[in-house]
Design a protein around this ligand. Structure first.
Ligand code: NAP
Length: 480
């Protein structure tokens, strides 16, 4: 099934309509953000392919038992384990992420497959006795989950594999056919994973993967009334557009973030420094839950900055294929230029750059800024790259006000050993997650994850929650 031009090392991929390759169409060229070499091509789909993918999914096919779904996902996991280096090399080549990050990402994707396979075997129904109130009677009420007729999943570039896996695997585990529209910036990994699922035995009607002009493919899929759920991860701008055009269907929106790490007066500073640096620079700072603001109690800001600078300087950046490199490129040169502008504007607004701030093509060096005004753009808006602005706060009230001061509400990290502080933050931060003595991005692939405010509608993802959204609950009752 897999199509690769092995003589040139360039992956020649195509969209698939229910397992059938799209044979003619415009060709998308994917180049390495690091050195511009051609990494692969994709034969794009047209509107007629989107319509056909919907028709074939709705027409359906063999309905899989729970055990069959388990077996396919488990087989896919085994194949991914065998091919993890191949996948990692493709992720790194098309996204510019450091190879070590890409290898880590394949491990996360294996976990998604494992948890989803496990969920396939777990009964998700409930039983309610009905003789439990004077108004009741001798009956029992049961619930079962049934698949939806069709899901559309749209994914961003920042985790080329794991974003895709987190969408389509829970859908398949729930038995719901899915049409995937991955990012145009990182389509090769998405298509390679689609091919892997077909190889693992997935009936073709359950999955199509389409790319092409947004108006012809993505918006056609989002607006089609036969689609019962749209699950989108990406920017606030596109998420709100989808919400405005989707019409009468479920929508799941996992949008941007501007997560703080809050370092209290009592914090273990070495731990705080480690977490702030990992959170800011891993994955080139391109995680929705990356640390985007470092908020430090004014009493410890001086020693923190000194230690943080030393730690940040150890984050090597450069050729993503080099296993020693920690920070690869951002997704493209335009994004790196944007980050450079964000830093320049912050400096104009009063900040000082203590480390980095240098750009070379799509490479942006890990950058540390201090004296950042609270109303600077770098504080208010999401910047998707290895930038670490540090701000001081006076006390816990001030920290909470500052943390809650943006339009986002995805996740957060607190560094403290004081239980009273912890409880106060858990109660008062307007976010989807509070991680204590951890980075904001910490999660298990099965646990509920997702934000509020502009970061999302409060609908959680993670395998277990996602399977609920990709299915519906049918209730029935019997005399008892
Ligand atoms: P993006 O620009 O919003 O694109 C995401 C996807 O939407 C892509 O597949 C894109 O297709 C598609 N798209 C573009 N216009 C569309 C339209 N009008 N209708 C339907 N789909 C459309 O986001 P990105 O730049 O790839 O990703 C970065 C953003 O994702 C950041 O804001 C980050 O915080 C967020 N993110 C959030 C989470 C979370 O869980 N909350 C996780 C990861 C990332 P094309 O590629 O063809 O343009």
């Amino acid at each position: 099934m897999e199509q690769t031009d092995s003589s040139s090392g360039v992956a020649a991929k195509t969209c698939y309509v229910a397992g059938k390759p799209v044979e003619t169409g415009n060709i998308l060229h994917i180049r390495s953000p690091f050195d511009g070499r051609l990494v692969g091509t994709v034969t794009l789909a047209k509107k007629a392919d989107a319509d056909r993918a919907i028709e074939l999914a709705i027409a359906g096919g063999k309905r899989l038992s729970r055990f069959e779904r388990y077996t396919i996902l488990e087989r896919a996991r085994q194949l991914l384990i065998e091919r993890k280096i191949e996948f990692a090399q493709m992720i790194s080549a098309e996204s510019g992420l450091a190879i070590r990050e890409a290898i880590y990402e394949t491990g996360r994707a294996q976990d998604v497959l494992m948890f989803a396979a496990m969920e396939c075997l777990r009964d998700d129904g409930q039983i309610f006795s009905s003789d439990v109130s004077p108004q009741g009677k001798a009956r029992k009420i049961f619930t079962i989950r049934e698949p939806l007729s069709l899901a559309v999943c749209i994914t961003p570039f920042n985790h080329p594999l794991n974003q895709v896996v987190h969408k389509i695997v829970p859908s398949i585990a729930a038995g719901t056919p899915v049409v995937l529209k991955p990012s145009e910036k990182t389509p090769l990994t998405a298509i390679k994973f689609t091919e892997l699922l077909y190889e693992a035995g997935l009936p073709h009607y359950l999955l199509s993967v389409l790319l092409g002009p947004v108006a012809e493919i993505a918006e056609t899929l989002v607006q089609d009334p036969r689609v019962e759920v749209v699950s989108f991860t990406g920017s606030v701008r596109v998420g709100k557009k989808i919400a405005s055009i989707a019409g009468y269907k479920k929508i799941i929106l996992e949008l941007g973030g501007n997560d703080p790490i809050i370092i209290m007066e009592d914090a273990d500073l070495d731990m705080a420094v480690y977490l702030a640096a990992e959170g800011s620079f891993r994955n080139s700072g391109q995680r929705c839950t990356a640390v985007k603001r470092i908020l430090v109690h004014e009493k410890v800001i001086e020693p923190f900055v000194e230690k943080f600078l030393a730690k940040s300087a150890t984050y090597t950046y450069g050729d993503p294929a080099d296993p020693e490199i920690i920070v690869g490129t951002v997704i493209d040169e335009a994004s790196a230029i944007f980050l450079e502008t964000v830093v320049a504007n912050a400096v104009e607004q009063g900040a000082r750059v203590l480390l980095g701030g240098k750009r070379n093509g799509a490479l942006m060096s890990p950058t540390v800024l201090v004296d950042v005004p609270r109303d600077a753009d770098i504080v208010k808006f999401e910047s998707f790259g290895p930038l670490a602005p540090i701000l001081a706060f006076k006390n816990i009230e001030d920290a909470i006000t500052l943390a809650n001061s943006t339009a986002y509400g995805l996740s957060s990290a607190i560094v403290t050993n004081n239980l009273e502080n912890v409880l106060r933050f858990v109660k008062d931060l307007k976010v989807g997650t509070v991680n204590v003595n951890e980075v904001p991005g910490f999660r298990m692939e099965s646990t509920p994850f997702g934000g509020i405010k502009d970061s999302g509608l409060g609908v959680k993802e993670g395998v277990i929650e996602a399977m609920k959204h990709f299915s519906f609950v049918k209730t029935f009752s019997l005399p008892w």
